[in-house]
Design a binder for this molecule. Sequence first.
Ligand SMILES: [Zn+2]
Length: 484
Amino acid sequence: MEFEPVIGIEVHAQLKTRTKLFCGCSTNSGEKRNSNVCPVCLGMPGALPVLNKKAVEYAVRAGLALNCTVKELSVFSRKNYFYPDLPKGYQISQFDLPVCENGSITIDVDNRKKTIGIQRIHMEEDAGKLIHQGSASIAGADYSLVDLNRACVPLIEIVSEPDIRSAREARVYVEALKLILQHTGVCDGNLEEGSLRADVNISIRPLGQEKLGTRAEVKNLNSFRSLERAATVEIERQKALIISGGKVVQQTRNWDDASQKTTALRSKEEAHDYRYFQEPDLIPLRLPVAMIREIKNSMPELPVKKMERYKADLGLNDFNSYQILVDCDMNRYFEECLLIKEDIEPSEICKWILGDLNALVKDGNSSFSECKVTPEKLITLVKLIKSGKISGKIAKEVIKKMYETGADPENIVKESGVEQISDTDMLQAAVDKVLAANPDVVLKIKAGKTNSANFLMGQVMRETRGQAQPDLVRKLILDTVNKG
Ligand SMILES: [Zn+2]
């Protein structure tokens, strides 16, 4: 029997606000434990929540970017459950009236277009963080510490329709979401650090069957690789289970990267287990049409549109037009270069950014926004190559020095004397010397094997410590041989 996987994904994205969803505490992570807290996010009795306007704006922005209908009226609800990282005993979330509904995005899965529906986007607060001592989980721990800095940090949950049909599609979908959220400035999209978290709901059914199978939810996916791998493994587990006569149980499963397995965490709860009811401390959220329109008008260019522009207007290829988008910092840098590029080809700029500069930034554990090679300096460097002042090979050395010192490429070239030699008399001397030392190669060229000139070019380059202008050297070699 053939089976078909049916996958739906819930993505939790942390909004990039400076303060929390219902209080003025900072959202800065990495600060001293329990330092960014107040009576509201500690859940003290009588403390009242006040909604963060910026968080609402970001949720709307995400909704518009994902082609959703933004609701003029939405409502916050209490989701009741107990866990030690949730001091109030409930999470403020949205239930039957979320802020955005009915969206979709079209993804490109290995050159095949596929549209994935977005059921809803709702706003909610995050819980705190538990640090277990003596065990990886709360069950075996000697004791657990509670850090509430993360409590009440604003999240949106983006719920897809069960439109995804393979582990590969699941990965591409979350990658596309990440790119959209980053480029709209809504979330920094870091899976490893947990500012973006994906829970993958998987079921399988016999191919051709309408009815959905029982699903399992897989959690703890902190890289795109582990997401794709976990989905693959879970699909195979369910298939094997059904083929051997067993039944899939509705449950939440944990992905373990070390063993490459999913293991049962708990039986999956139903919505009614949470006893949702409307949050009495917050009035319903009414969004003026003018506000929604204003956010729509101020939307930045979406990654798909950007990629099309790079291909159509700038002549970048598929691969490069995507790669130059993946890192937002790098993309901003590229856009700045485009503003001042004059007659330099965008593909040439792109090549230097994705190649040498990216390698330097990565090796230095730095970022493009902190890079000492400013867009102006990179453009100057590319101009030096274009004008023939330095060779591409020398430029690789120059950019290293620029990265380390922040110096101007023209000064580096002047000081280190690496300027390309385009003085014919000087080069002719080197050419004559090399020809005299290689009479056999000269004979080959005379016999019509012009490719042999490459060997002599290499020798001349060595003579001139790589500073000779290659085209000129080639011309001089061929002219001299033919004259002689
Ligand atoms: Zn607070």
